[in-house]
Design a binder for this molecule. Sequence first.
Ligand code: NAI
Ligand code: MG
Length: 361
Amino acid sequence: TLFKIAAIPGDGIGVDITEAAKQVLDKLAEVNGTFRFEYTTFDWSSKAYKARGWYMQDDWEAQLKTHDAIYFGAVGWPDVPDHISLWQMILPIRQVMNQYVNVRPTRILRGTTPPLAQLQKTPQDLDWIIIRENSEGEYAGQGGTTHGHTANAIATEVAIFTRVGIERITRFAFETAKSRPRKKLTMVTKSNAQRHGMVLWDKVFFEVAKEYDGVVEYDKMLVDAMTVRMVDHPESMDCIVATNLHADILSDLAAALAGSIGIAPSSNLDPTRSCPSMFEPIHGSAPDIAGKGIANPVGAFWSAAEMVRWLGKGELDAVADQFMEAIENVTGKPDTRTRDMGGSANTMQVTEAVCREIENV
Ligand code: NAI
Ligand code: MG
């Protein structure tokens, strides 16, 4: 099988880790022999934007749609305001490509040192999948500004919640929970203070939940209390479903609790498979370490493993699991960890080590 991948390295360390991911994916294909990847690399970045005034061509939608999946590095660079770079690329792709689910698994990989003493003793306590609503809510892009930059400036940022949007993400979350050994789902909102959209969210969630009574165990949290529970009782959770903004924040916290933002993956899925889905580590372009060749590629590899799983439609689950095993064999050894994981290896050394492991497992 040939999988056509649209590769968008983007900015900063996005470039390094996308290159690393391609190398590892090609090794996986070579060793397996039943599939291969063909990449189209898109020069859509902040550097290109500065030079020519645009990120993506007008027909970007048609260009991406000729691919089976999108592999994304990171976008954003200090000389372009972040709201421009995000709204010129990553957010339109998620919305227009119908990627209404963002799946963010978190667990403590072998060799990582989580910051909490409790989790150092029982790393298996942290094993979550955060399911982020990816198409609407606080990132709907609605709002406006008046009185410009005057002392009377006014801005609105309108969150949009639709029954259709809430229902489909809730259903996806329950199905995910149902497929996991612990079968638990925690729903997060802020429906005490935000009395319209969040209340609708709660209502729709509990309607859908009825269909899963006795199958999935579920509960509800307010987002502020949720941050405390994640730190104090990580073992009490399994799957978590939340809005676009809340899940964005909670997943960075989750990554930090698991040991590093550099290991966390994400999948932007169109569950209907009418558009290509997009896979990317959750970290950004990391200007502070860009160009040094020291970025941790593990989040990129994990995202690539999830891409293989998605492309395989159930046929490549074992391959994705072996890929993860190879990654953990590498993070498990002190001399093949990057600095954020307490080691001193660079991106290339970790990449080569994972390629060697893929040949062995
Ligand atoms: P960031 O994730 O780029 O960096 C945060 C910190 O984590 C930095 O100290 C960085 O060195 C470290 N870090 C991140 N990834 C790492 C890796 N793979 N290995 C080792 N260390 C790593 O977040 P920040 O600094 O807030 O944002 C930088 C730029 O990236 C901004 O322009 C922001 O808008 C953009 N961004 C883009 C995202 C995307 O493309 N999806 C997501 C998050 C941020
Ligand atoms: Mg984020």
